[in-house]
Design a protein around this ligand. Structure first.
Ligand code: IVH
Length: 696
C-alpha cells in the first residue's frame, strides 16, 4: 500500500474537483484506489482521515462515472458491494482444504501436556508459539483468484459449505481485491471469522425490541444468522466485521516461491494486514515456550470484556509453518494449534417464579425469577422471557432447570429448558388476564405477540414512560434515576412527564439522602434537558415503534413537533424509515388530544419542540470549518465529525488558511505545527470543543 501522505494529497485534489466528466481510465482507477484506501482506514483501521460526507462525495463521483460508461465497472469497484438483490438459495461448494476444528484446553495442565506432545513429535526443546484471540463468531473461508475475491463460504460440515459470496461482499472490512498476483500467488484460500461487535449487537437488539420481536441471545448468533440472510442489502446494514487468521491454501506461479512472510503464522497475519485485510496483527503475540503462553492466556481472560467484540478463548498456534506441516493433523483438528477456552458464561439454575412487568407502552412482559447464579462475575436472578410465544417455543415451565447465558455486557438470556431433567412436578406458566399494576383487563391485539394493559394512566406505565423519557439516549437527565422517579411518583410529584419540569425542589431537600448539592445538580440537569435537540425529545416520548433512528428522520422533516398533528398517514409514510406500521402509530399519537396537551404543556414549561432551537442555544457551528488531529478521549473521531456536521459545521481534510478550528487530541503531529504557523486558526482541545458544541 502506498504512503498515507500520497493518498491524503490525492484525496484533497479530488475533493477540490467541481466537475468530473469524460474521466480517463487512469483517473477512474485512481478514484477507486482512493475510495479503497479510505474504506480500509475506516473499516479496518478505525482511523478515518476524511468525513463521511467527503467519502460520499467521492463515491458519488465514481457512481456517476460508471453510470455514464458502464463498461468501466469492474467487480472489485467500491460501488460493487451493492448490486445483486436477493439471493435465491445458497449453493453447496467444496472447500479447497477441509475446515478442521480445534482441540480445546481449559487450564495450564492441558496446555503443558499439549506442548509436551508437540515437542516430542517435533524433536524441539522449545517451540515458538503465536497466540491470538479466539473470535466468537461464524467461520468463513474465502478464495481469491489473482487479486479478486471470487468466492466465500460458510464452514458447513468442514468439507462443503454454503456459497455466501454475495453476503460477504457487503462486509466493508473485506477487500474485494488484494495484491496477491504481485506476490506470485494465483489462488489463495483464507479462513476467518465474521463478527458483530457488541455495540452493533446492542443496536440490532434495540431495533428488534422496537418491533416487539424477541432479541437474539448473543452476537455470535446475530453474525451467523445475518450471513444466512437471502438479502445482501440487509447484510450490509447489519455492520458485520471479518477477522482473517489463517492461510489454508496457496497456488503460486510456476517456479515461484511463497513470499517469505508466509513461512511463519505471525508473518502471514502481518502480510494479510498489509494487503488490506483485518487480521489479528495487532492482537497477536509471539512467545518462546508454553510457560509464557499460559501466563498470557490467564491474564487475557481477565480483560476479555475490554474488547469491542466477543471472544471465547485464545488460539495458540505453532509459529513456524514448516513445523506445523511436520506435526500434521488428526481427522478432527491440527496438532499444531489448540484453543484455550475461557470459562463459559453459561450456568444452570432453577426457575422459581415468573413475575409480570408492565412496560411504558402497556406491554406485559413475563420475567423469570431464578435462583441467583454467578455468570462471568455478575449474579443473575431475573431474566426476561419476552412474551408467550417465546415461552411456548422454548418449552419453558415453572420449576424447570434452565440454561442461562450472559455474553459479555449482553442482557442474560434463557438458552433452553433442560427438559430431560424434568421430574413431572413442573407446571405451565400462566398469563394474568388483568394488569398486575392497575387491574384493568389485558388485551392481545391479533397481530401481536404481547398482552397489553390499555389503560394509559396505569401507574406502572406512567413510571416506565418517565424512566424512558429521562434515559441516556432520550433526554439524558442525570440524577433522576429509576429509584428517584419511583419515589417522586409515590409522593405525587411526578404524575406525568411534564411534571418533571415542575418538581418541588425546596421540599425535595427535606428528603432523606437528598442534600442541597444533589438537588441543585438535579435541577441543573432538568433545566439543561429543555434544550435537547428535537430528535431526542421524539425518542423520549416513547411512541411505539419509534426509536432513535426514526426519531432523527422525523426531526429532519419538521421545524416544530406539533406540525405532525396536521400530517396524514400518507404524509407520515414519506418520512425516512417510516412504514405503514410506524405511520399508524405516529398518527394515533399526534391525533390524541391528551398527547397534544402533553406537548403543549412541555413547550409552555420551556422544553424545545423545534428542530432549529438547539443551535440557537448551544452555539451554532454553521459556516465554521473543523479538523481533528490526534486521538480523542471522550468520543470517537467519527462521532465528533458527525456532531460538527449535525450542527451545520464543515469538515476539512487538511490544514489551510480556510480552517477555523483545529481540535487537538493526544499525540497530535504535523497538523498542529502547521496550524500554529498559519496563526489564524483557533487551536483547541477536546474539552473546549465539547463546550463550543454545547455538549459539556
Ligand atoms: S484457527 C486449521 N484461529 O474456532 C485452523 N480458529 O473451535 C483452524 N476460531 O473452526 C482454525 N478464532 O472457526 C483459528 N484465531 C482463530 C480463531 C479460530 C476463532 C474458530 C474457527 C474454528 C473454531 C474451533
Amino acid at each position: 500500500m502506498k504512503q498515507q501522505r500520497h493518498w491524503e494529497e490525492r484525496t484533497h485534489q479530488w475533493l477540490l474537483k467541481t466537475e468530473f466528466r469524460n474521466a480517463s481510465e487512469a483517473e477512474i482507477s485512481e478514484l477507486k484506489d482512493i475510495l479503497r484506501f479510505h474504506e480500509h482506514r475506516y473499516y479496518v483501521l478505525n482511523e478515518p482521515l476524511i468525513s463521511d460526507t467527503e467519502y460520499d462525495r467521492l463515491y458519488k463521483m465514481l457512481e456517476a462515472a460508471e453510470r455514464n460508461d458502464p463498461t468501466i465497472i469492474t467487480p472489485d469497484s467500491p460501488t460493487q458491494r451493492v448490486g445483486s438483490g436477493l439471493t435465491a438459495s445458497f449453493h453447496s461448494v467444496s472447500h479447497l482444504v477441509p475446515m478442521l476444528s480445534l482441540e480445546n484446553s481449559y487450564n495450564a495442565e492441558d496446555l503443558l501436556e499439549w506442548d509436551r506432545k508437540a515437542r516430542e513429535l517435533s524433536g524441539r526443546e522449545t517451540i515458538e508459539y503465536c497466540v491470538e484471540p479466539k473470535f466468537d463468531g461464524a467461520s468463513i473461508s474465502l478464495i481469491f483468484e489473482g487479486d479478486r475475491f471470487t468466492r466465500g463460504a460458510t464452514r458447513g460440515d468442514g468439507v462443503q459449505g454454503d456459497d455466501i459470496t454475495a453476503n460477504l461482499r457487503r462486509i466493508r472490512s473485506l477487500p474485494l481485491s488484494a495484491g496477491f498476483a504481485g506476490l506470485g500467488i494465483r489462488q489463495i484460500e483464507i479462513r476467518g471469522e465474521v463478527l458483530m461487535t457488541k455495540a452493533h449487537f446492542k443496536q440490532y437488539n434495540d431495533l428488534l425490541a422496537e418491533q416487539n420481536l424477541p432479541p437474539l441471545a448473543n452476537p455470535r448468533n446475530a453474525a451467523a444468522g445475518t450471513l444466512r440472510l437471502k438479502d445482501p442489502a440487509e447484510v450490509g446494514r447489519r455492520n458485520l466485521e471479518a477477522f482473517l487468521y489463517h492461510v489454508s491454501y496457496t497456488l503460486t506461479d510456476p517456479g515461484q516461491d511463497l513470499p517469505p512472510a508466509l513461512q511463519t503464522h505471525s508473518g502471514s497475519l502481518d502480510l494479510l494486514w498489509d494487503l488490506g485485510f483485518r487480521s489479528p496483527k495487532k492482537e497477536k503475540r509471539v512467545f518462546q515456550g508454553i510457560r509464557a503462553v499460559i501466563d498470557h492466556c490467564l491474564d487475557f481472560e481477565q480483560h476479555r470484556d475490554d474488547l469491542p467484540y466477543e471472544i471465547d478463548g485464545i488460539v495458540i498456534k505453532v509459529n513456524e509453518i514448516a513445523l506445523q506441516e511436520k506435526l500434521g493433523m488428526t481427522t478432527h483438528h491440527p496438532r499444531w494449534a489448540i484453543a484455550f477456552k475461557f470459562k463459559a458464561r453459561q450456568a444452570i439454575s432453577l426457575l422459581r417464579n415468573v413475575e409480570f412487568q408492565v412496560g411504558r407502552t402497556g406491554s406485559v412482559t413475563p420475567v423469570a425469577k431464578i435462583d441467583p447464579v454467578p455468570i462471568g462475575g455478575v449474579t443473575v436472578s431475573s431474566i426476561s422471557l419476552h412474551n408467550q410465544d417465546f415461552i411456548r417455543e422454548k418449552n419453558i415451565r415453572l420449576g424447570d432447570r434452565v440454561l442461562v447465558e450472559r455474553a459479555g455486557d449482553v442482557i442474560p438470556y434463557i438458552v433452553r429448558s433442560l427438559t430431560e431433567q424434568r421430574t413431572g412436578a413442573e407446571t405451565d406458566i400462566r398469563f394474568p388476564t388483568s394488569c398486575p399494576s392497575c387491574g384493568h383487563d389485558l388485551i392481545k391485539p391479533v397481530d401481536e405477540a404481547v398482552w397489553r394493559c390499555p389503560n394509559i394512566s396505569c401507574h406502572a406505565q406512567v413510571v416506565e414512560r418517565i424512566i424512558h423519557f429521562t434515559s441516556k439516549d432520550a433526554m439524558d437527565i442525570r440524577g433522576l434515576g429509576e429509584a428517584n422517579i419511583r419515589k417522586f411518583h409515590e409522593l405525587g410529584w411526578l404524575p406525568d412527564i411534564p411534571s418533571i419540569y415542575t418538581l418541588p425542589y425546596a421540599e425535595m431537600q427535606q428528603l432523606e439522602g437528598m442534600g442541597s448539592r444533589s438537588v441543585a445538580k438535579l435541577q441543573e440537569a432538568i433545566e439543561r434537558s429543555k434544550y435537547q435537540p428535537l430528535h431526542r425529545l421524539i425518542n423520549a416520548l416513547g411512541i411505539r415503534y419509534v426509536g432513535e433512528t426514526t426519531a432523527k428522520g422525523i426531526a429532519r422533516r419538521v421545524s416544530h413537533l406539533l406540525e405532525l398533528a396536521a400530517f396524514t398517514r400518507e404524509d407520515l409514510q414519506q418520512i425516512e424509515d417510516v412504514g405503514v406500521k410506524v405511520a399508524d402509530s405516529l398518527f394515533s399519537f399526534f391525533q390524541d388530544p391528551a398527547q397534544q396537551d402533553t406537548l403543549r404543556r412541555l413547550e409552555a414549561l420551556g422544553v424545545n419542540l423545534s428542530s432549529g432551537r438547539q443551535e440557537a442555544v448551544s452555539g451554532s457551528l454553521s459556516g465554521k470549518s473543523f479538523l481533528f488531529t490526534g486521538t480523542l478521549s471522550k468520543m470517537k473521531r467519527s462521532e465528533a465529525e458527525t456532531l460538527v456536521e449535525s450542527m451545520g459545521g464543515k469538515l476539512l481534510s487538511g490544514v489551510s488558511s480556510k480552517l477555523d478550528y483545529l481540535v487537538v487530541g493526544e499525540d497530535a503531529g504535523s497538523k498542529l505545527e502547521k496550524a500554529r504557523k498559519i496563526g489564524t486558526i483557533h487551536i483547541m482541545d477536546e474539552d473546549a470543543f465539547l463546550i463550543l458544541a454545547g455538549k459539556s
